[in-house]
Design a protein around this ligand. Structure first.
Ligand SMILES: *Cc1c(COP(=O)(O)O)cnc(C)c1O
Length: 378
């Protein structure tokens, strides 16, 4: 049985060169001097994608590890934490903040729109006494990209440390960590970077390091403690054994992106094509603005069951698309056009299968979804 063609918003397809690199001879990362240099070079490749000079680490664990590690390392009991919330991941930060004793204030905005910067500014004018604020660059379940280029500088103006979940945006959308004064930025391997799940990437500004290293109370975790990574290179010491072969593969994935150079334009063009095709065929996108260039979220037409769409896509076409969870469960389908998924022929194949599937299930589609897509791109 041929492996399904995964067109989900993470995990994404993994290029053969990445898979081959993962099969390299393993080493002992604690003793092999060349591995320290390799790890450092790989972090430098990440810095190029993040557009930062800040310390950047590769940690062995899912994107969630990065989110929790940022909260564990920064938050002391009683610290005021602003949770900027316009979606499932945004809201989820509150749970981590509470675990580590944060006094949480949730700033909630419209779940179908990008964060409104003017409203946020109005709120902050009245109350800005927060140690840190958390936000999400791309809300993957709803397909909305927030204007971090405006939000991060605004937080910085008030001296608030920003913690940004960029798990599903780096490698697909523009991000300028230094220029936008972002403090902690988190990404992961299995979205736009397109290596298998299991790695977190995290960049840490001087301001964030200061807060982490000058706490009054100890950090209540070991695996989530970023302070133990501060001088890993000078000390030639990893706090725990890194997943060496995963990092080999991931580094090839990073090099593919860096060599291409124009990945942001590629994502934009494909995403615009997908949105145009969806809307031209009479279907409705979930977001009302702030459309993500890495994932499209489409409302399931009235009377159609998500499982029927998923099953037919998989059984008849061998293509896997995603639904969503939480309040979006059974309400939307999602196509991940991120990383290795984000090429014209792959979206053509996916939209053609979706066209057949929805028509089979009795949905009234104007024209052909895949042909609208091609029309827009040509
Ligand atoms: C995928 C993702 C994560 C990591 O979640 P996992 O459950 O580990 O896949 C975090 N934040 C966002 C916005 C994501 O899309």
């Amino acid at each position: 049985m041929k492996a399904p063609y995964i067109m989900t918003p993470g995990p994404t397809q993994v290029h053969e060169k990445v898979r081959m690199a993962m099969a390299k001879e393993a080493t002992n990362s604690d003793l092999d001097p060349s591995f320290f240099e390799f790890y450092k070079e790989s972090c430098n490749n990440l810095k190029k994608l993040f557009n930062t000079k800040n310390d950047t680490l590769i940690l062995g664990g899912e994107g969630i590890l990065g989110l929790e590690a940022a909260c564990a390392s920064l938050i002391e009991p009683g610290d005021r934490v602003l949770i900027i919330d316009n979606g499932i991941f945004g809201k989820g930060f509150a749970d981590f903040a509470k675990i580590y004793g944060g006094q949480v204030e949730v700033y909630k905005d419209d779940y179908r729109k990008a964060i409104d910067i003017d409203k946020l500014e109005e709120f902050l004018e009245k109350d800005h006494d927060f140690k840190l604020a958390t936000l999400v660059h791309c809300e993957t379940p709803s397909g909305i990209t927030n204007p971090v280029d405006e939000i991060a500088p605004l937080l910085n103006k008030y001296g608030i440390i920003s913690v940004v979940d960029s798990v599903s945006s780096i490698g697909g959308e523009t991000i300028k960590v230094d220029e936008w004064a972002m403090d902690i930025v988190i990404s992961g391997s299995q979205k736009c970077i397109s290596s298998p799940p299991g790695l977190t990437f995290i960049s840490i500004s001087e301001k964030a390091w200061d807060a982490i290293l000058n706490r009054e109370t100890p950090i209540a975790s070991y695996y989530c403690n970023l302070a133990i990574w501060k001088d890993w290179y000078e000390n030639k010491w990893f706090p725990y054994t890194p997943p060496t072969n995963h990092i080999y593969g991931n580094d090839i994935a990073l090099e593919r992106i860096i060599e291409e150079g124009t990945y942001v334009e590629r994502h934009k063009k494909i995403a615009e094509g997908v949105r145009y095709a969806i809307q031209s065929s009479g279907l409705e996108l979930y977001p009302l603005n702030g459309y993500s260039n890495t994932v499209s979220t489409i409302l399931i037409p009235e009377g159609v069951d998500f499982n029927k769409i998923f099953d037919r896509m998989l059984k008849e076409h061998n293509i896997m698309i995603a639904g969503a969870f939480d309040y979006l469960a059974d309400k939307v389908i999602r196509i991940g056009h991120m990383g290795e998924n984000c090429y014209e022929e792959k979206l053509y194949k996916t939209l053609k299968a979706l066209d057949e599937t929805l028509k089979f299930l009795g949905v009234n589609i104007k024209g052909n979804i895949h042909e609208h897509f091609v029309g827009k791109l040509s």
